[in-house]
Design a binder for this molecule. Structure first.
Ligand code: ADP
Length: 481
């Protein structure tokens, strides 16, 4: 891999400020063509324990620093990420598959969390409370929660780390990160830049490894860890929540979704199609807020489908480093097999295959952008998160009914509403049981606003003032006079 700054390519774990080999290594491959990118440390549960020890030792000194001091170090980290964004994007595309322009976007989005939380930590205030008793004085102070452990997924190998580590470090916590096995290089590159920025040894540790369950047990059960934060599937999230129960850890969970995308007959069709494309095909559909169920009003159904089909047919698919590519491969063959199975199930249950429907010959992890119509709510393609480039369209006629259908899922992450009628838009946005609702746009995620889900889509919020609050304990102080 050719990089302007070859120092960013690390194959060992970053623990206690040093690079450490593990007993074994694991292969990291380009999902577009299977090429070996390198062999990276295959860390163990014991390595995770060493990292927790380092984070525990580093905590008192880091916590003691003023917010301004922590902010200055974090801003250096931010600056270095921006300066190295070209290399970081290249590493990300090679190990994850998304087009280079998307990877570049993720790096800057990821960096924005570091800048923003560095600023925000200087404004975390306690309160004085009007007393209930003249002989007492009441106040609150806010203190960092302690050692934070993070498990992150492969779909956003950079930003899911910074979204957790930045507020934690800004608050005065120390962190141990286990990235997904498929995308360790982006995580280790962040570790290198944190090192260069001068984050003290042990404040940030990265443990890569294929034994997710073993490392995960340490990160969710070690009594020295105060908070666990996770992005991944609902099934794994539930398991990890149960593991956290043994030591009553604070938890943040960003889990799966089943996003409805509702197009009313008063929507602007070009806006709706553009938004749908953005939510559906970014990262080949492997996004937790990706549209999963498209509900289109009967009166505009054919027009919407025709425009969507034209846009989908124009997508350029290939290796993410090639110029002009809009969509790369999926992460691994298992993901391809799964979406293929869901498409076949839908067609067997009566859906119409408009375009796509099969893997592509580009490489074993490519799946064609696929448009299905005549989908119904009971099909697996509608009840399960497809996490792939599949647009599954259903029809509706009645507002109340479509809200009911949109809400009839155990998930509650993101929802989309397309309507030019401000009263309707307000009504529907309020009625949707989701943590985030985007109206007349498909792109909404930002560091300044709270990201997170209702129901089985998660606990807590990342980003915004809410994201900062997740890493503090509020201490109530009562003084007798
Ligand atoms: P995805 O569908 O995004 O792969 P997963 O929930 O399987 O979602 O993976 C998200 C993260 O959780 C990855 O870092 C993965 O290694 C980790 N993971 C998967 N299974 C476990 C487990 N049993 N214990 C701890 N971590 C796990």
């Amino acid at each position: 891999m050719k990089l302007a700054n070859p120092d960013l390519l690390k194959f060992q774990n970053y623990i206690d400020g040093t690079w450490r080999a593990a007993a074994r290594t694991m292969a990291v491959c380009d999902p577009a063509n299977g090429e070996l990118l390198g062999n990276v440390a295959d860390g163990s549960a014991a390595d995770a324990e060493t990292a927790v020890t380092a984070a525990t030792a580093a905590l008192p000194e880091w916590r003691r620093r003023t917010a301004a001091e922590r902010a200055a170090t974090l801003k250096r980290w931010y600056q270095l990420i921006v300066e190295n964004s070209g290399d970081l994007a290249r590493i990300l595309t090679l190990e994850q598959g998304k087009p280079l322009a998307e990877a570049q976007g993720e790096i800057l989005y990821g960096a924005s969390f570091i800048e923003w939380f560095a600023e925000e930590c200087r404004r975390v205030y306690g309160q004085t409370i009007p007393t209930h008793n003249p002989a007492m004085r009441l106040s609150t102070i806010r203190q960092p929660v302690g050692v934070v452990s993070c498990i992150t997924p492969w779909n956003f190998p950079n930003a899911m780390i910074t979204r957790k580590a930045a507020p934690a470090l800004a608050a005065g916590c120390t962190v141990v990160i286990k990235p997904a096995q498929e995308t360790p290089l982006s995580a280790l590159a962040l570790g290198q830049l944190a090192h260069e920025a001068g984050l003290p040894k042990g404040t940030i540790n990265v443990v890569t490894g294929s034994d997710a369950a073993g490392i995960g047990r340490v990160l969710t059960q070690d009594p020295r860890v105060a908070k666990f934060t996770f992005t991944g599937s609902t099934a794994v999230g539930k398991l990890l929540m149960a593991q956290c129960a043994s030591t009553v850890k604070k938890m943040s969970m960003e889990l799966g979704g089943n996003a409805p995308f509702i197009v009313f007959d008063d929507a602007d069709m070009d806006t709706a199609v553009k938004a749908c494309m953005a939510t559906k095909f970014r990262n080949a559909g492997q996004v937790c807020v990706a549209t999963n169920r498209i509900y289109v009003h009967q009166a505009v159904h054919d027009e919407f489908v025709e425009k969507l089909r034209t846009e989908m047919a124009a997508l350029k698919i290939g290796h993410g480093t090639e110029a002009g590519i809009n969509m790369g491969p999926m992460i691994f063959r298992r993901a391809v097999e799964r979406v293929w199975e869901l498409v076949q199930d839908a067609v067997a249950s009566g859906a119409n295959l408009e375009i796509g429907g099969e893997p592509l010959p580009n490489g074993e992890n490519y799946f064609a952008p696929t448009l299905l119509t005549g989908v119904s709510d009971d099909m697996r393609i509608a009840t399960e998160e497809n996490f792939g480039p599949i647009a599954a369209v259903q029809q509706f006629t009645d507002e109340t009914d479509v809200i009911r259908r949109a809400n009839a899922t155990p998930y509650g992450l993101a929802a989309y509403v397309m309507s030019e009628n401000i009263r309707r838009a307000n009504r529907v946005v309020e009625a949707l049981e989701y943590g985030m609702v985007a109206c007349n746009t498909g792109v909404f995620s930002t560091t300044v606003a709270p990201f997170g889900g209702n129901k089985e889509s998660g606990l807590g919020r990342e980003g915004g003032v809410e994201g900062m609050a997740e890493f503090y304990e509020t201490k109530y102080c009562c003084f007798g006079t």
